[in-house]
Structures are given as C-alpha cells and as structure tokens.
Design a protein around this ligand. Structure first.
Ligand SMILES: Nc1ncnc2c1ncn2[C@@H]1O[C@H](COP(=O)(O)OP(=O)(O)O)[C@@H](O)[C@H]1O
Ligand SMILES: [Mg+2]
Length: 228
C-alpha cells in the first residue's frame, strides 16, 4: 500500500510544489495522476522514488517509511520499485537484452536467473525479436517498451511512470498504456502520470487530479469523471 498523509513539499527556493497531499493507493491498483503543467505531478512521483524528500507529513510505500528512511537504504528501496521515465533513459551502448539484464546484475541476480528471465520479460512487452538491437535502432515506442521491461526486471510490486508516452508518437501511446494495464493485471500497483485525456477516458481507471499542489478530485472514469 502507498499512503501519503498530509504530505507537503517545499523546494529549497521556497516553491511549495505540494500543499498537503492525502492519498491512499491499495496494492494492485491502477491510478492515473493528471493535472496541468506545474501542478505537482512529477514532484509526487519523485517523492515516491525518493529522488526528493517530503518536507512534512508522512509517506509510506509498501511498508517503507520514506519520511524516516536513511540515505543509505535508498538504493535498496529503489530496487523494489519500477520506474519509467518520459525520456526512456536506456543505456545506449547496451543491447535491449543487456539493458534489461543489467538491471538484474546490479542487484546480484545469478546469471542463470537472468538468462531465463530476460527473454520472458521481453516477450511480455513484445520485444523478443529485438533482443540484440541497440536502443538507437528502435522506434520511440519500442524504446519505451524496453524501459518498461527494465522496470519489470526485478519483479517490483509497484511501477511508477511519469508521462511515459510524452515522447512517443501518439499512435503508439495506446500501445504503451495497454502494456501498463497488462502489467497492472499481473497484480502490480501501477501509477501513471499523463495528460493524454483520450487515453484516460478510454481506460476508465481511477483518476487523481492535482492542481496547484493539491488533490482536487479522485474518482473512477475519464479525466472529468464517470463517463460510462
Ligand atoms: N527542483 C525544483 N526546484 C524548485 N521548484 C521546482 C523544482 N521542481 C519543480 N518545481 C516547481 O514545483 C512545481 C510543481 O512542479 P512539477 O512537480 O514538476 O509539476 P508537473 O509535473 O505537474 O508539471 C512547479 O511550480 C515547478 O516549477
Ligand atoms: Mg511533470
């Protein structure tokens, strides 16, 4: 479970990015986070990945109390969540296979486990035939699928994606979003920041809207509420 209790985030320059967030996300939920530019969406995801620390309140993620977590425990925590970025952040000198395998190597998985698991993860995202390609040989949508595969490599309970379709041809955004839904169906908590209204409306999932650092609505349906 993920629980924000009265979470405030004030950046060192005095900007209050989040003004008191109360939000509970149960295990296995799918949640869209929406809101205009500057609303505080990325700040919220950065608190979850512990790229940023909360200023006050409390934040618990799958039993980890992020308000009290010492810096030395952060790498250990990060291995237990999967993160997908707008700009993919793949390693350009490694193949698709190696990008996914690398995520497993750094947590010390044995070679035989890696050999078995990488192909099965690549098939989840439909890239089994691209294993030996380098990122620059792939289309944007495919690169993002590699990033998704990498996020899944260590079987995290939670996937956090900040505008995962922001750098992708709109025609392929649906494909990425479908994959995130498929991952959610494998019993994972999936949190997706997006401003693609059509996709939010299409999937009819929980939608949390942030404005000016506060949650202004939390409901199931399209961006503006229930449409079914
Ligand atoms: N590192 C930072 N230092 C100071 N202000 C920041 C920083 N990051 C974001 N902000 C500010 O915090 C607010 C929320 O930003 P952000 O979370 O990136 O919004 P969103 O992702 O919804 O566009 C904005 O006013 C932004 O300018
Ligand atoms: Mg953002």
């Amino acid at each position: 479970m993920i629980e924000f209790k009265d979470v405030k985030k004030v950046y060192p320059n005095g900007t209050e990015a989040l003004g008191g967030i109360d939000l509970k996300i149960e295990d296995g939920e799918f949640v869209f986070i929406v809101g205009v530019s500057g609303a505080g969406k990325s700040t919220l995801t950065k608190l979850l990945t512990r790229e940023e620390k909360i200023t006050s309140g409390s934040l618990t993620v799958n039993g980890f109390d992020l308000s009290r977590m010492p810096e030395r425990k952060v790498p250990y925590y990060r291995r237990r969540i999967g993160v997908v970025f707008q700009d993919f952040r793949l390693l350009p000198d490694m193949t698709v296979y190696e990008n996914v395998a690398f995520a497993m190597q750094i947590v010390g998985e044995p070679k035989r486990v890696i050999k078995r698991r990488v192909p099965s993860i690549l098939s989840i995202v439909g890239l089994q035939d691209k294993a030996s390609c380098f990122p620059d040989q792939l289309a944007g949508g495919e690169q993002q699928r590699v990033a998704l595969a990498r996020a899944l490599a260590n079987n995290p309970a939670t996937i956090i994606a900040d505008e995962p379709t922001g750098n992708i041809d709109p025609r392929l955004s649906l494909e990425i979003m479908n994959l995130l839904i498929k991952i959610h169906r494998k019993n994972k908590t999936v949190i997706v920041v997006t401003h693609e209204k059509q996709l939010v409306d299409y999937f009819q999932q929980r939608v949390v809207t942030i404005d000016g650092g506060n949650i202004v609505s939390d409901r199931v349906g399209g961006m503006f509420g229930e449409t079914v």
